[in-house]
Design a protein around this ligand. Structure first.
Ligand code: EPU
Length: 433
């Protein structure tokens, strides 16, 4: 198993480019199941979750070609539409596998997808996905741990897709994708507004779908009989971009980030600015969703009050990284998790490094301290691992992080990227029982 050894006390300087978004690419790849003809995706990041999705789509009868000269370009084509089973072995390594459910039942009239289990940050139900597909006249059963969805032709309907924690990103992706081939009009109310949903609607429309309103809470879809081939470039990863901006801030660095999705990060950028980490566009004429920015940081950081929220609020996927940052602020911060109330696996590990954290339910009070101390810690989920890497770069002494396979799911060669800006991180093999 891979582990990281991080020598603390380095300052990041330099320039890197932000990769394409994992959370956009996964449902985009699944959308290829809807098409008659090839779907070409550019700017697909090289991550283990993407490899898992390639494996899953291959098992579902798709032919997948990776461009030899440009590994970020994938072409996916439906070949054998009789394969409809997404096995538990794959689903349990990647919950996002559930996003094949809607496209498959819409195009192949049947989908059998292992029910995803819990994950590191608690119970993550899929009831909204199922409720939405049932509203479109899919018949849903649970058989031996698999969700089995069948349909003749899906029927357009008006659906309220809100849950106890607001909208669902992949739930919206599943229902919106399925509704493209339904008979008649579908309205999704309380749809997720995340940029990844907008990117998916863009690809689906390029395939011939008729979707309006993506990016707002009300999406309207006029069903069509068939979807065809299309080409699409995946949008830059806002969470990777935010993580590297925080990395520059925590190390008191000065870095330039290219293809930075500035306007998808307005909530975290506003908060970072108040804390003392400043992200400036290098040229105001650029595309605000993919531009070059400079990140600089004040030596003394101010504390903050932060609540995670659905887009355009502060993203839950940056909560852990922000906790590492404000653990070094002058004063007390309050962080409340409103999307996944159990998403605090990093709290115990950060505390091992000297962070002063008091958790009560879905809120953590962070008492700023002047330094963190290197320690052996364990990665537990993707963003919690990123938080530990950031803490390790600024801690006194060495930090070792085991189970970095969690990181490889969402950050391509993170140690190489950070080392190119002056970090000192070594990847090595460790035997774990
Ligand atoms: N929820 C329900 N019922 C459902 C679905 C969701 O109650 O059927 C609840 C969840 O338990 C949660 C809230 O709704 O409280 C939002 O969950 P959502 O469905 O939006 O999460 P997701 O679509 O499964 C995606 C990202 C996550 C990200 C969340 C929230 C992908 C592949 N995953 O998950 O990303 O945290 O949206 O923004 O897009 C990550 O990249 O590290 C990651 C976990």
């Amino acid at each position: 198993m891979d582990a990281f050894r991080i020598k603390g006390g380095t300052r990041l300087t330099g320039r890197i480019r932000i990769d394409g978004s994992k959370n956009a690419a996964l449902p985009l790849m699944a959308a290829a199941l809807l098409a008659d003809g090839p779907i070409t995706l550019r700017n697909v990041p090289e991550l283990s979750d993407i490899k898992n999705m390639i494996r899953l789509l291959s098992e579902l009868g798709c032919n997948i070609h990776r461009d030899q000269d440009d590994p970020g370009t994938l072409t996916i084509e439906n070949a054998d539409v009789k394969q409809t089973h997404a096995r538990y072995d794959i689903v349990r390594t990647m919950r996002a596998s559930v996003c094949v459910l809607g496209p498959m039942v819409a195009r192949r009239q049947r989908a059998s997808v292992a029910m995803p289990g819990g994950c590191a940050f608690g119970h993550r139900p899929v009831d909204l996905h199922l409720r939405g597909l049932e509203a479109l006249a899919a018949r849903i059963q649970l058989r031996e741990g698999d969700i089995v969805a069948t349909a003749d032709r899906l029927q357009g309907r008006t659906i309220f897709l809100g849950g106890p924690f607001g909208s669902s990103v992949l739930g919206t992706a599943n229902v919106m994708s399925a509704a493209t081939l339904a008979q008649g009009k579908t309205v999704i109310e309380s749809a997720a507004c995340e940029p990844e949903v907008v990117d998916l609607a863009r690809l689906l429309n390029a395939m011939g779908a008729r979707i309006t309103g993506a990016g707002s809470p009300r999406i309207e879809i006029e069903g069509v009989d068939q979807l065809g081939p299309a080409e699409h470039t995946v949008l830059p990863d806002r969470i990777v971009a935010g993580t590297y901006a925080i990395a520059a801030g925590i190390t008191n660095g000065d870095v330039i980030l290219d293809e930075f999705p500035y306007d998808s990060l307005l909530a975290p950028l506003d908060l970072l600015d108040n804390i003392g980490v400043h992200v400036h566009k290098l040229d105001n004429q650029q595309d605000p969703f993919s531009c070059s920015v400079q990140v600089t940081s004040e030596r003394r950081l101010k504390p903050c009050v932060l609540s995670t929220q659905p887009y355009p609020g502060f993203p839950t996927d940056l909560q852990a990284q922000m906790m590492a940052l404000v653990s070094l602020a002058d004063g007390n911060s309050i962080i409340t998790e409103k999307i996944f109330p159990e998403r605090f696996m990093h709290v115990a590990e950060l505390s091992r490094m000297g962070a002063q954290l008091i958790r009560q339910g879905a809120t953590v009070m962070v008492q700023g301290t002047s330094s963190l101390i290197g320690a052996p810690v364990m990665a537990s989920d993707l963003r919690a691992s990123a938080c530990l890497v950031l803490a390790g770069m600024v801690a006194d002494g060495d930090t070792t992080i085991t189970r970095v396979y969690h990181l490889d799911r969402g950050y391509a060669s993170m140690e190489k990227v950070l080392n190119s800006m002056g970090a000192d991180i070594t990847r090595y093999q460790v035997d774990e029982p």
